[in-house]
Design a protein around this ligand. Structure first.
Ligand SMILES: [Zn+2]
Length: 270
């Protein structure tokens, strides 16, 4: 675990590496395998990651999956068909969400209950989809662990490092984070995705900032609160400026928040 921590901190604080997809030599197929390994590891560690079962919670899953599928319809998503996109709910009071390589998304019930509108959830989900679709996670892992270790993990041949990697992904009390460049790009694509999906719902493309503002406000009034997402996604004015700039550049309409629908959804959660 320490090895990963050190390597991650070196990568995230020391190098301004490129976010471009070709910066990683990990193939899309390997990336899918890695996503599957992460999911299997989470499923086999129920004490740490108690998964909300699909049976008996079909409506809750359908609600969040509809949002995910709708975001994946965006023309700006590159790997809609390459990855097996899937959203898993972890039934734990943790204010966090994360994405693994290969299109696997994980949302804690603590996060889902904290968000205040469907648009907020869509904004954060779009941000997490961008981390996976833009291959930020793989890029960071390749540079920190090395391609050969990552391939062994994807092949299921290094369970020890896989466990540490999942812990790092889920940010279990560790100060690991994407580079700011990745964060700004994920914010940018959150706006782009929400702007370009015009299905039955039209989300406010800047809704991710509602979530950040909401969390920032609460973290000031409750300084000892467990705002994991804020710790891994530091709030700064540049973040807001970046989101607004992308939004204005795209000339997006304002969109909706869908607060009443979201309040009803939260009643479905345990
Ligand atoms: Zn992020």
């Amino acid at each position: 675990m320490k090895k990963i921590l050190v390597l991650f901190s070196i990568v995230c604080s020391g190098f301004a590496f490129s976010c471009k997809e070709n910066a990683t030599v990990f193939t899309l197929a390997q990336e899918k395998d890695l996503g599957l390994q992460v999911k299997t590891e989470i499923e086999s560690t129920p004490a740490e990651y108690p998964i909300l079962p699909r049976v008996g919670n079909e409506k809750a899953y359908q609600y969040v999956e509809n949002i995910m599928y709708s975001i994946l319809e965006s023309k700006d998503v590159n790997h809609k068909k390459d990855f097996d996109w899937e959203l898993t709910i972890i039934n734990k009071n943790v204010l966090n969400a994360f994405a693994s390589p290969g299109g696997k998304l994980f949302f804690y019930t603590g996060f889902l209950k904290y968000a205040e509108s469907e648009a907020e959830l869509a904004g954060v989900m779009a941000h997490e989809i961008a981390h996976s679709d833009r291959r930020h996670s793989t890029n960071t892992m390749t540079k920190s662990l090395g391609i050969s270790v990552l391939i062994q993990i994807a092949l299921g041949k290094d369970p020890g490092t896989l466990g540490s990697l999942v812990g790092a992904l889920a940010q279990n009390g560790m100060d690991l984070r994407f580079s700011r460049k990745h964060e700004y790009e994920a914010d940018e694509y959150s706006v782009r995705y929400l702007n370009s999906i015009r299905g039955t719902k039209t989300y406010d493309p800047t809704a991710i900032m509602d979530f950040f503002d909401h969390m920032k406000r609460d973290s000031l009034s409750t300084p000892n609160g467990n705002f994991e997402f804020l710790r891994t996604h530091p709030y700064d004015d540049n973040r807001k400026e970046n989101v607004n700039k992308v939004w204005q550049k795209l000339g997006s309409p304002a969109g909706q928040k869908y607060t009443a629908e979201y309040t009803a959804f939260k009643q479905l959660l345990p």
